[in-house]
Design a protein around this ligand. Structure first.
Ligand SMILES: [Zn+2]
Length: 256
């Protein structure tokens, strides 16, 4: 089910209702019912990145091998990104950091460190605004380009991976991503590490869902995540899981 196929189904349904209304005298109120269902489907498609409704998003790999990839959103953070990097280094694990452009100012050295330690940097827009889903295609392009330019000025690399803020996708976001040739990255394990849940609850949530090909969503914005990461890495090792980069899990390029 995609935006296009749903749109075609909606228009066909409207035509059939109009026809039946003329030929068989059914109530035109059916149009309202169909419009209601259509809006529910659109809302579901926007809110669920795994649905691939507006644009295909990589949310996991189909592999049977015990490989998983770790991702960290919303940094760089002056304190916690460095702590996350230290834990990853200790366990020789590589991850992807989806950074917010406006957080890069005064944290350029962290961006440099993420890159030089062999991790990947992806785009998480410049503002990560709560109202970003109302942006035009042009607005989304600016959000992506402003962050990409900043990262390029520090690492010399042109980003290719994009994680939509809040995992919400829209037609304009899809158009901007396609025009700028980004690969959209989702997840299939959401740690919920930005909620009020304590670290045991978060850790258990990740442990219970760990499976071959998984992409785990964390945020490098709290002490809690640093501790959960350490335990996740130990658990993964004990259970034969190997941490790999997103590009290796999905067989894609992380930069242009
Ligand atoms: Zn985010």
């Amino acid at each position: 089910m995609t935006f296009k196929s749903t749109g075609i189904a909606f228009i066909l349904s409207l035509c059939i209702i109009c026809l039946l209304s003329v030929l068989a005298g059914i109530s035109m109120l059916w149009i309202l019912a169909i419009a209601f269902v259509f809006s529910l489907v659109l809302a579901y498609g926007s809110a669920t990145i795994q649905s691939g409704f507006y644009i295909k998003a990589y949310c996991n790999s189909d592999t049977n091998e015990k490989l998983i990839a770790l991702t960290f959103d919303d940094g760089p953070h002056p304190e916690f990104t460095s702590k996350i990097l230290a834990v990853l280094k200790q366990h020789q694990a590589k991850a992807t950091f989806f950074v917010i452009g406006k957080h890069i100012h005064q944290n350029e050295s962290i961006i440099k460190q993420i890159d030089s330690e062999g991790h990947t940097i992806g785009n998480h827009t410049f503002s990560h605004s709560f109202f970003i889903d109302f942006e035009s295609t042009k607005g989304f392009k600016k959000e992506l380009n402003d962050t990409a330019d900043l990262v390029k000025s520090i690492t010399g690399k042109q980003m290719k991976l994009f994680r939509p803020p809040y995992g919400v996708t829209t037609p304009n976001l899809a158009k901007a991503s396609r025009a700028l040739n980004y690969d959209v990255i989702g997840w299939n394990i959401r740690s919920m590490d930005t909620t009020g849940d304590n670290k045991e609850v978060i850790l258990n949530r990740v442990k219970q869902q760990l499976k071959p090909g998984a992409i785990v969503l964390f945020h490098d914005t709290s002490e809690k995540t640093v501790e959960v990461l350490e335990q996740t890495l130990l658990f993964a090792k004990q259970n034969g899981f190997k941490i790999v980069s997103l590009q290796s899990l999905l067989n894609i390029n992380s930069y242009h």
